[in-house]
Design a protein around this ligand. Structure first.
Ligand SMILES: [Zn+2]
Length: 66
């Protein structure tokens, strides 16, 4: 499942930052603090930040059942 392109609450485009956020917080050899990465990406509103923090790539979970 892709991350929603826009924040549900305010409509700001957040989807374009997902790959970088995911990489820097989870896949990098030295993962960064998600809080810092969000600040860095310019995602300042809490409604938008929760979009990133709470999102899971469901593709990995759903894929075996297709
Ligand atoms: Zn928002």
């Amino acid at each position: 499942m892709m991350v929603p392109v826009r924040c549900f609450t305010c409509g700001t485009v957040v989807g374009e930052h997902w790959e970088e956020f995911k990489h820097r917080t989870r896949e990098a050899s030295e993962p960064e603090d998600p809080e810092k990465v969000l600040d860095d990406l310019g995602i300042e509103r809490h409604c938008c930040r929760r979009m990133m923090v709470s999102h899971k790539d469901l593709v990995d979970i759903v894929a075996p059942y297709q």
